[in-house]
Design a protein around this ligand. Structure first.
Ligand code: JEK
Length: 240
């Protein structure tokens, strides 16, 4: 899988070099390419933003650098993947479709994703129109209902969610199988050894007896009950 990211703040993407994603890159499962939007601004000050037409607070990203950057990124990707290759171009956007686990699954089957990270108040609307008219596949996706300063943190989260689903990336394939069988409820409580633990304040805290019983049916029933109770308490929306 190839992932391109266009951003003004490439340093934000440094965590993608680490851990799981870094390993996927070193193993050749992931090609990650970060591009500086500023390279596609050609005036003396390399300007990428301007005041909003119609008035309003803050600044808006100019369409020119974005159109040029995305054209260049698509051309470079095609030179490597083949001239027929077509990326999904994703704009993280607080007004986008919610990014969910189902999105991560669908996108993990894509050979090529280009992420376009906006900043300021967002990007001139004509960029999306231009791309759609050029026949490009475009998605606006939101990480969640809160306001970030730009798309970079959303790209980190989305990339991690997507790439860990690519076959060969997550070390423990059994974890992914268990995940795919999870019934849309929250996870049950987890414990490890010791079965009886003395907390720093002297309190003795035991693992629930049922988990030590060796009775796999009772354990499964207890976990299912815990999952349901937690979901009712913390995420009633998942039960509706
Ligand atoms: C991309 C620029 C910053 C900040 C104004 C007024 C109510 C805010 C854009 N889940 C997510 N949250 N935020 C983003 C995200 C934020 C971005 C950009 C993604 C590009 N910004 C910004 C304020 C405003 N709005 C009305 C909401 C807009 C995101 C994702 N994905």
């Amino acid at each position: 899988m190839r992932i391109d990211v266009v951003t003004l703040f490439g340093e934000y993407l440094a965590p993608l070099e680490l851990s799981l994603i870094g390993k996927a890159r070193r193993d050749g499962l992931l090609g990650l390419h970060v591009h500086d939007l500023r390279d596609f601004a050609h005036d003396r000050h390399r300007t990428v933003d301007d005041t909003p037409v119609g008035g309003g607070a803050g600044m808006v990203m100019k369409p020119g650098p974005w159109a040029e950057a995305l054209d260049a990124v698509v051309a470079a990707g095609r030179a490597e993947l083949g001239e027929g290759a077509e990326p999904l171009i994703v704009f993280p956007n607080p007004a986008g479709t919610p990014f969910a686990q189902a999105t991560a699954h669908a996108w993990s089957e894509r050979p090529w994703i280009v992420f376009a990270c906006g900043r300021y108040e967002g990007i001139d609307e004509r960029v999306y129109e231009h791309l759609a008219d050029a026949g490009r596949e475009v998605a606006l996706a939101s990480l969640g209902d809160y306001v970030l300063n730009g798309g970079e943190v959303a790209v980190l989260a989305m990339t991690e969610a997507i790439v860990r689903l690519v076959p060969g990336v997550v070390g423990n394939a059994a974890s992914l199988v268990e995940e795919s069988h999870s019934d849309g409820l929250l996870e049950y409580p987890l414990y490890t050894k010791p079965a009886s633990w003395t907390a720093p304040d002297g309190t003795v805290r035991d693992v629930p007896e049922v988990l030590l019983s060796g009775n796999h049916e009772r354990i499964a029933a207890w976990r299912a009950e815990q999952s349901l109770a937690r979901t009712r308490e913390r995420r009633p929306d998942l039960l509706a």
